[in-house]
Design a protein around this ligand. Sequence first.
Ligand code: G
Ligand code: G
Ligand code: MN
Ligand code: NA
Length: 253
Amino acid sequence: LSLMGDLRAAISRNEVALHYQPKLNLRHGTVESGEALLRWRHPRLGPVAPDAFITLAEETGNIHRVTRWALAHAVAQLQRWSTDGLHVQVAVNLSARDLHDQDLPRRIADLLALHRVQPRWLRVEVTESAVIGEPTVAIQVLSELSDLGLCIAIDDFGVGESSLAYLRRLPVHELKIDKMFVQRLGTDIEDRLIVRSIIELAHRLGYSVTAEGVEDEAALAYLVEAGCDYAQGHYIAAAMPADRFASFVAEYT
Ligand code: G
Ligand code: G
Ligand code: MN
Ligand code: NA
């Protein structure tokens, strides 16, 4: 648990950072959005993987702290970019427990007002499993966020406890296809069929689609041909610090 103590200290001292992974618009070849991903460099241990410290924060009841920090920093960054004339949309990941926090919509509304950022520049990503745990509260929280004007993305779509029944009760704007189906698109016939079907399903339900984990040219080419809207992955760019992300966006407008 001393690692959790270190994380709390790192958050209060701003020793954690948000990096941003560009999302490529496949129709226009532009980048107008990105996903915020937490990075923590421990003074002794070096970089700690977010999977590890997010799970730890969840298990020790500290995830709200982490989420609030990420949201506050993403919105403050959006304000700075907007002042610089850079119009970009940022997605922040929420954990299951965040969806049990009925104060979250008001907290986000306050943050946006404080920084004079329009809600449409902020997105939240949630997994379906996050909703299944306590669906009534989660659906209410997501509906309030959607009513505020935020877009809601379903993350890691296609793996875990996914349920199409819940999907229809949620105010969803975007599906993000899990990288498991995307990484081998160049060679795997079944992954191609699955991805093509998810894209068609999403479009029929009125959602946009992002493919995650694009690692080579073959995957990217398949996604363009299959009508996918956005792509994210190391072949395009890994997550990068805010200043580099701003240059990347400027280069791809
Ligand atoms: O960058 P990657 O290794 O960067 O991220 C690993 C996992 O950590 C992913 O599942 C990602 O969604 C999650 N993650 C990264 N940043 C955040 C964050 O700010 N909040 C939450 N809840 N999860 C995050
Ligand atoms: O769970 P979520 O989708 O939020 O997390 C995104 C995770 O995927 C992060 O850990 C991010 O660093 C990672 N990621 C981003 N692009 C790629 C990629 O092309 N390949 C792989 N294997 N991981 C990726
Ligand atoms: Mn995500
Ligand atoms: Na994902």
